[in-house]
Design a protein around this ligand. Structure first.
Ligand code: PMP
Length: 390
């Protein structure tokens, strides 16, 4: 049943069906786009392309309506039951720009001298560097802020929520975290962060690897910011959004963004979220983690390979350590760059070498396979058979 569902979806990706000898296995970097998204962009650009918010004529009004509607669409997709009461959605070019906007345009208005913030360093650097820049910006104005590391437990590939609870003081004013790890594919159990830090502390969630891959619900997660890249969620390059709850601390009103929005990108985002909702984020999650489990199980039978972050059982639906569609590994004898080239010569597109981790550790030289709804078990088996031959 899941297989029929999958075949119908896979057939909707022209770049996939058009290249039967290639397997795209780098969706954590960016995703491929279904025909509905491509058609929507084509239709928008050939029927209503104009700037937003300046309208005396139909095309401008249609574009303004598109931007407003997509704000609400993003909020609804994230489970915000009352979009645009207090909460807001701001379009950005991707998670990097979104996290920087929170760090630059909100955090300095929120923090006071002597406050403490807790941020991750074992995650993507886009979720570490902006917070350090914000501390520097404030220091230049004579406001001292202490940055602590969000405790991470390499053995479980999760945050150490107990250590986090011990780190929290009455000066803790902000926490940044990641929903799904971009190297290990681990679901970081972020609902436990709220429990650890208490009801008052704003939490900013880097959802770059979760939105579009699994259900993301701001009600259950009780976070204050959700930042994601639309281009990793089937929309065009140069798309992304920041959802802000706006109830803990000042409202998020990013400045200096009076320029022309990426309207074709916003049209693609609306179409992508419609497509994802119809496909079912939970089914997409099950598909991707089943493929990841198939790959992990296969790699474990091959002696030269070491799967990173895999000390414990990775049963696809283990509650403690759920594995989403990302698997990172290395060969004990072949360098990861070489491995990447070898795989490319077989039409297998993977990410080799470092992975933008803020504190590069064991992942420094490795190969990452990241899956999405258009990937098939046959592609995973082909990858395994090539790896077996090395
Ligand atoms: N955070 C995480 C967890 C990511 O995986 C990525 C993309 N590699 C980013 C942030 C940055 O996203 P973007 O390149 O779209 O700005």
């Amino acid at each position: 049943e899941l297989h029929d569902w999958h075949r119908a979806l896979r057939d909707q990706f022209p770049i996939v069906t058009g290249h039967p000898d290639q397997a795209y296995l780098d969706s954590a970097a960016t995703s491929q786009k279904p025909r509905a998204v491509l058609d929507t962009v084509q239709r928008y650009l050939t029927t209503a392309n104009a700037n937003a918010g300046r309208g005396t004529y139909t095309w401008a009004n249609a574009t303004t309506a598109l931007v407003d509607r997509t704000r609400t669409r993003v909020a609804r997709f994230l489970g915000d039951p009352a979009p645009r009461q207090r909460s807001g959605v701001h379009f950005v070019s991707g998670a990097t720009e979104g996290l920087r906007a929170v760090a630059r345009d909100w955090l300095p208005h929120h923090l006071r001298d002597g406050d403490e913030i807790i941020v991750p360093f074992a995650d993507h650097e886009a979720n570490a560097l902006p917070w350090l820049e914000a501390r520097q910006l404030l220091a230049d104005r004579g406001v001292r802020v202490t940055v602590r590391e969000l405790p991470y437990d390499p053995a479980s590939q999760d945050y150490d929520h107990r250590a986090l609870a011990r780190l929290v003081t009455e000066r803790t004013a902000f926490v940044a975290a990641t929903h799904v790890h971009h190297v290990y594919g681990a679901d970081m159990n972020v609902h436990r962060i709220r429990a650890a830090v208490g009801p008052e502390v704003p939490i900013c969630l880097d959802a770059a690897q979760s939105v579009g891959h699994l259900p993301v619900d701001v009600g259950t997660l009780d976070v204050d910011f959700v930042v994601f890249s639309g281009h990793k969620a089937l929309a065009l390059p140069g798309t992304g959004a920041v959802w802000a709850r706006n109830t803990r601390g000042p409202a998020f009103t990013p400045g200096g963004w009076a320029g022309t929005p990426n309207t074709a990108g916003i049209a693609s985002l609306e179409a992508a979220l419609d497509w994802l909702d119809a496909a079912g984020p939970d089914r997409i999650r099950r598909w991707n983690s089943a493929l990841a489990a198939r790959l992990t199980d296969g790699l474990r039978t091959l002696a030269p390979y070491e799967v990173l972050g895999c000390q414990r059982s990775l049963a696809a639906d283990s509650e403690v350590q759920r594995r989403e569609g990302i698997v990172t590994f290395r060969h004990r004898g072949i360098g990861s760059n070489d491995l990447g080239f070898i795989l490319a010569s077989h039409g297998l597109m993977v990410r080799a070498d470092g992975h933008c981790q803020a504190r590069a550790g064991e992942s420094e030289s490795s190969v990452r396979v990241s899956l999405h709804v258009y990937n098939s078990p046959e592609e995973v088996d082909l990858l395994l058979s090539v790896l077996r031959g090395l």
